[in-house]
Write a protein that binds this ligand. Sequence first.
Ligand SMILES: [Zn+2]
Length: 294
Amino acid sequence: MGREVRRVPVDFDWPLNKVWEGFLSPDRFDETPCPDCENGYSPQAQNLYDLWYGKIPFDPASTGSTPWRHDSPAVRAFAERNLSNAPDYYGTGESALRREAQRLADLFNAGWSHHLSQEDVDALVAGGRLYDFTHYVVPGKGWQPKDSVVTPTAAEVNEWSLRGMGHDSINAHVVIKARCEREGVEDTCSTCKGHASLEKYEGQRAEAEAWEPIDPPTGDGWQLWETVSEGSPVSPVFVTADDLAGWMSAPERGDRWVPGDVARKFIDDGWAPTGVLTPGRGYQSGVEAVGWDN
Ligand SMILES: [Zn+2]
């Protein structure tokens, strides 16, 4: 997040806003895409993946689920939210509401993700998913497990999936994997063993895993870096911390201007050893307040 100060040689010369080469995994680690899969799944699992996202025709009856209708309460509530958020687009009144609700119902009926079976739900609970049902939030402590876990019904979970964020890709993976297991089929691509890519030469993957980023050289200079990407310099190299603070608080920096005392404190605290300011340190909020997080 944000910015850090690095001590680099005074003559350090790396282009501004260009990620330092040592931070980037070299191209030689790029593998060949697997010819037999797109994301590491077996053909059967890929088929389930496509059903999950409605990329191929899906029938709610196949999981014992009931199709959504325009007058299903959760669908209607969703349509009401859409209408109230953009009445100019969706129109107003009962016929507009019904039209939007039907569109949504058709959309939700097109994929498995809104029509889980009880076995799918059981797999998610067993996989530590569905926190909304099995956990509750305690202020300051985060998610805590409920004392007695009651497994939600498929209908409850399917209705939940129409609210908020719904299922993420991890849930999709857990459900697909569990169904493959129940049906006794392999879930990973046998060609690439689930990597979705093949090594260009033996040992390439091990080399890539052993690779570690290399920091820029260190020296007596002072330079501001952004850490939003892997990391790139955003200021000239200055000989003294005061010079860098002066640059940071120069009026011509517009919305990136930082008050001189904040800049100096940021530098004093921010250059070593890790150099990254955390929100807990208190200075970043002052920095963000003047537009640095852009
Ligand atoms: Zn593959």
